[in-house]
Design a binder for this molecule. Sequence first.
Ligand SMILES: Nc1ncnc2c1ncn2[C@@H]1O[C@H](COP(=O)(O)OP(=O)(O)OP(=O)(O)O)[C@@H](O)[C@H]1O
Length: 255
Amino acid sequence: MDNQYTIQTQNLSKSYKGVEVLNIEELNIPKGQSFGLVGNNGAGKTTYFSLLLDLIQPTTGQIINNDIVVSESEDWKPFTSAFIDESFLIGYLTAEEYFYFIADLRKVTKTEVDELLATFEDFFHDEILNKKKYLRDLSKGNQKKVGIVASFIGNPEVIILDEPFANLDPTTQIRLKKIIKELASAKHTTVLISSHDLLHVTDVCERIVVLDKGVIVKDTLTNETTLKELEAYFGREDEENIELPAKDHSEESAQ
Ligand SMILES: Nc1ncnc2c1ncn2[C@@H]1O[C@H](COP(=O)(O)OP(=O)(O)OP(=O)(O)O)[C@@H](O)[C@H]1O
């Protein structure tokens, strides 16, 4: 039988100078799933994606992408794409030059790229194409738009987006949600996103995993109560720490 999982994570850990920042014994992501990773700052989200993209080496264990151990072979690259941060861009290229460059790598024709870009006209909001501007001179949000759209070139089977909603204006966030939902509805595409935005992530992802200090503390299929549960989970420390103001007796004693 074919492997039903796109991503398999086995006994994975990552430590820096003896300090463990990620420890995932098992995490399997089925083909076609839209998967959301949430967690507070430093929880290990980017570390997990960086391991998945072989940008860093695991301390123990492995990640398997479509039966390929990512740290042992490059064969996962043709069907996997990602936008993690601006380091994925090339600052001295214009947006068009960058899109054609990526297309070349993924063996996609210029005509196919132009067709794809035409479908993102609203998303680009007339600020990206035909501007003769280098990527380094675009705003952070517009750089992000370029990186996200570039990750769609070549119809990849696995798409990994780190914090795709951050730095985007509300209109663009709503457009991006629609785009991700469409992608996620394509059965062959597995979409992994990390986000601090609980509302967006529960809206677009079928499954949410919560990391806390590098460990999975929640793994849930999204339903109508998930957002409330996540809000309660992330709000719990504040609730516990709320101290009721001590009753002020000064006026009473002064009387
Ligand atoms: N090169 C490094 N050297 C030492 N520690 C590192 C290194 N890279 C990451 N870390 C640590 O690993 C932990 C996890 O970081 P990571 O960036 O994966 O978290 P995150 O969940 O993506 O956080 P954020 O929401 O702030 O982006 C943090 O404590 C971070 O300081």
